[in-house]
Design a protein around this ligand. Structure first.
Ligand code: HEC
Length: 150
């Protein structure tokens, strides 16, 4: 093989590696994997809201912060009860909980100013990325969750 040809292959292999890497950037990849256009529309709005209301603590990629902030990516606790998540977002959460077998006992502040629509968008986002596929969670559904045992 000529030297030039060897370089050529080297570059092809390298560029392949780089394009793979950018293609697996976690959240982009998962948003792009949402097929339903309404779900995608909610999730895109939800991502912006998530990044301003939640990511400071739970982190952009949802992995949490050590023993202080539980993860959402992944979280057996979050998957177990969708309605409870609406309550947690609106009213906050304190006291001992167990997430993926780890005990957390901190305080999450409430978000009284978030509308049902905004909560719906955040929930559609977090429930359709990171390996979740719950589909659309709309404002009416959130309203129903919040009315129950208010
Ligand atoms: C100030 C930090 C902070 C912010 C901001 C915050 N959380 Fe939390 N969150 C926590 C803590 C701490 C807990 C655990 C509370 C406990 O120990 O009882 C928690 C618990 C949770 C849980 C249940 C446990 C789990 O990991 O599944 C969910 C779901 C959740 N938060 C979602 C959200 C969402 C969505 C937002 C944005 C609207 C948000 N949080 C904003 C700190 C925060």
């Amino acid at each position: 093989m000529s030297k030039n040809l060897a370089y050529y292959f080297y570059i092809v292999v390298l560029s392949g590696l780089f394009s793979c890497q950018s293609g697996t950037k976690k959240d982009e990849n998962t948003l792009a994997s949402i097929k339903d256009s309404k779900v995608l529309q909610y999730a895109i709005e939800g991502k912006v809201l998530y990044e301003s209301y939640c990511a400071n603590c739970h982190q952009k990629d949802g992995t949490g912060l050590g023993k202080l902030i539980p993860p959402l990516n992944p979280s057996d606790y979050m998957k177990e009860d969708i309605g409870r998540t609406a309550h947690i977002i609106k009213y906050g959460q304190k006291g001992e909980i167990m997430v993926n077998g780890v005990v957390y006992d901190q305080v999450m502040p409430s978000n009284p100013r978030l509308t049902n629509m905004e909560i719906a968008q955040i929930m559609t986002y977090i429930y359709n990325i990171w390996g979740n596929k719950e589909g659309l969670i709309d404002a009416n559904t959130v309203g129903g969750y919040l009315e129950k045992n208010d």
